[in-house]
Design a binder for this molecule. Structure first.
Ligand SMILES: [Cu+2]
Length: 393
């Protein structure tokens, strides 16, 4: 961990503390009668249409499992936010009357457990207070340490690629070349989507880079990749694009600085992989995210790449702890990727978008979309088990 000028980066000093502390946390409550039961037990969260009930709102610092059960009539999601709406953990796409576990490392501080019925809006929030000293650093076994090191390298490499490809994109905008800017857009998006959960841990940066027009209000202007996407692909103009492009460059550079300060843990990795697939289900399969450019399958591939990297890095550790899970994921990833590959496009083919290896979302039939959704669903559940397996070390 090297000291950075974090004061220059709004809201990030706390993020640093959080992530570093998260890294060092170990399960101090695992002294229960049997090895895999936490003495404190899981904390029940009742995610309803009008409530977000949390069974215990005063917690000791350390690792906690929230058992989220939906009493909502809609598909819901639950976030644990630190100050500034930095995402500490999330579970999405929770169907009515179903249950999901969310395992997070919580250093002392205040948090908001937030339920979002219908997966929109600010959500219903319940404050929780976490107090006490952080647990001493956990020593990882060799496999887990290697996984963490490998993932850190991956995220740093992807962040550098994001800077480079965003520069190609914004340089084209600065040069007034609309076609070149449109062609450069998909690759920059790919690199962002691969590391999305890490970007989300920095609160205000993710919205500045990746917000949708729906998130814009009087006080919050529409900025970032998708604001540029709208100008270029929907309005077909570069008018007004330059200030957006230079703000994007600044924010991507900030992200790269912050990524260097992240202390990755197996739990952060497992939660990240799951949240990548949740993202695919929520905003890529549905064609929500890239509504002007229609390059949703590029983002889809980016999220899957990011999740697959986590899995591959953790695989030797998982193989020891849960070979059945490894056997399942060894089938599910190739199945999902070969289905995605059936939608590759080349110049001249139907639905081709310059700069994108995949067809336009508009070229997909309802059956195609359904088949993708089924495959995403099939991998989501086993992928969600990774956190629990690595957290139980
Ligand atoms: Cu995104």
């Amino acid at each position: 961990m090297k000291p950075l000028d974090l004061t220059a980066l709004a809201g990030s000093a706390a993020a640093l503390t959080l992530l570093l502390a998260g890294c060092g946390s170990s399960d101090t409550s695992s002294t229960g009668a049997n090895g895999d039961t936490k003495a404190d037990g899981p904390i029940a969260v009742d995610a309803g249409d009008k409530k977000c009930g949390v069974a215990t709102t005063d917690l000791p610092a350390g690792r906690h499992t929230f058992k989220v059960t939906s009493s909502s009539s809609q598909v819901t999601e639950v976030y644990v936010y630190a100050d500034g709406d930095r995402i500490v953990g999330e579970v999405e796409n929770i169907g009515p009357a179903t249950s999901r576990d969310l395992i997070v490392d919580l250093p002392a501080g205040t948090y908001e457990v937030t339920c979002k019925p219908g997966m929109v809006g600010n959500g219903i929030r319940t404050k929780i207070a976490v107090t006490g000293a952080e647990a001493p650093a956990q020593t990882l076994d060799q496999n887990l340490q290697a996984a963490v090191d490998s993932y850190r390298t991956y995220v740093e490499t992807e962040t550098r690629a994001l800077i480079d490809t965003t520069k190609t994109f914004t340089d084209a905008i600065a040069a007034g070349d609309l076609d070149a800017a449109k062609t450069a857009y998909p690759t920059a998006r790919l690199h962002y989507e691969r590391i999305e959960p890490i970007a989300e841990s920095f609160g205000d940066l993710d919205p500045l880079i990746d917000m949708r027009i729906d998130d814009a209000t009087d006080g919050t202007p529409f900025v970032g990749f998708h604001a540029l996407e709208q100008l270029l692909f929907e309005k077909g103009t570069l008018d007004g694009a330059k200030p957006l492009a230079s703000a994007l460059t600044t924010n991507v550079a900030k992200l790269a600085e912050l990524v260097k300060t992240v202390e990755f843990t197996p739990l952060v990795m497992g939660n990240g992989a799951k949240s990548l697939l949740d993202e695919v289900a929520k905003s890529k399969v549905t064609g929500e995210e890239e509504r002007y450019s229609r390059i949703d399958l590029v983002d889809f591939a980016g999220n899957v790449d990011g999740a697959k990297y986590v899995y591959t890095a953790l695989r030797p550790a998982l193989e020891e702890k849960n070979p059945k899970l490894v056997a399942t994921l060894d089938q599910r990833f190739p199945a999902l990727i070969s289905l995605l590959d059936t939608h590759l496009a080349t110049k001249g083919s139907d639905g081709f978008i310059p700069g994108s290896p995949y067809v336009s979302y508009d070229a997909l039939t309802p059956e195609d979309v359904k088949a993708l959704a089924v495959e995403v669903d099939a991998i989501s559940e086993p992928l969600g088990q990774i956190s629990g397996v690595v957290a139980a070390q």
